[in-house]
Design a protein around this ligand. Structure first.
Ligand code: PGA
Length: 251
């Protein structure tokens, strides 16, 4: 059985005190529940240490939102996978559409970030997904294929088995326009097919593929009910503890 994951991407939100309040409520609420999935919290980098302390106590995992493509040295402002790993951070998001769009990160840059994470025993949550006009032009499958090929398919089987894929159609991120369960299933199934063609059926079967984009407490269960949707990468709704917990309980 492949791993199911619900990950909360807090993006650039919350003061230190607000972040502490948020994680303590989430940890407390989840503590009383039996979970059918792993829960990953992705706070801003400056809060990673504080969040890790809470997470460790309550069995949650922690992800950075970004990582440097370089290993160490004179890169002011950057945070390396080596540093994150030394703080026992398990995952990092790579290639979120906001990084691709606002910080011009290319698939080639992202491939380097993936390598850095794997070299430092961390797991990438690798984001892919098409823009609205690409879907309207019916090239969304080609875009996703290219992102998989250029960002991930240089990895060998062993390396790839540490990757989590997150399909996030850009038109659904933060817009309130969620992909239909059929659209999500269709693309997730396609991504799994790409993985089985590149690697093996077994690896494809074991790969966790998350959906992201306006996933919330109301629609999570219908999305997660699809065979190839193994959980979600949640933005806005992860900032509301009750909603986030409901999403976690949607399997
Ligand atoms: P959203 O963001 O849930 O606010 O649409 C998802 C994401 O960006 O990962």
């Amino acid at each position: 059985m492949r791993k199911k994951i619900v990950a909360g991407n807090w993006k650039m939100n919350k003061s230190f005190q607000e972040a502490e309040e948020l994680i303590s409520v989430i940890a407390e609420e989840l503590d009383e529940k039996e979970l059918d999935c792993d829960v990953v919290v992705c706070p801003p980098a400056v809060y990673l240490e504080m969040i890790s302390d809470y997470a460790e106590e309550s069995g949650l995992s922690v992800a950075a939102q970004n990582v440097s493509a370089h290993d160490n040295g004179a890169y002011t402002g950057e945070i390396s996978a080596y540093m994150l790993n030394s703080m026992n951070i398990e995952y990092s998001i790579v290639g979120h559409s906001e990084r691709r769009t606002y910080f011009n990160e290319t698939n080639a840059d992202l491939a380097k970030k993936v390598d850095m994470l794997l070299e430092n025993n961390m797991k990438p949550i690798f984001c892919i997904g098409e823009l609205l006009d690409q879907r309207e032009e019916n090239v969304h499958f080609d875009i996703v294929k290219q992102q998989m090929e250029e960002g991930l398919f240089h990895l060998n089987e062993d390396e790839f088995s540490n990757v989590v894929v997150a399909y996030e159609p850009v038109w659904a991120i933060g817009t309130g326009v969620v992909a239909t369960p059929e659209q999500a299933q269709e693309m997730h199934n396609y991504i799994r097919l790409l993985i089985s063609e590149k690697y093996t059926n077994e690896i494809a079967d074991q790969t966790t593929i998350l959906y992201g984009g306006s996933c919330n407490a109301q629609n999570a269960a219908t999305l997660f009910a699809n065979e190839d949707v193994d959980g979600g990468l949640i933005g806005g709704a992860s900032l509301k503890p009750d909603d986030f917990v409901k999403i976690v309980m949607s399997f």
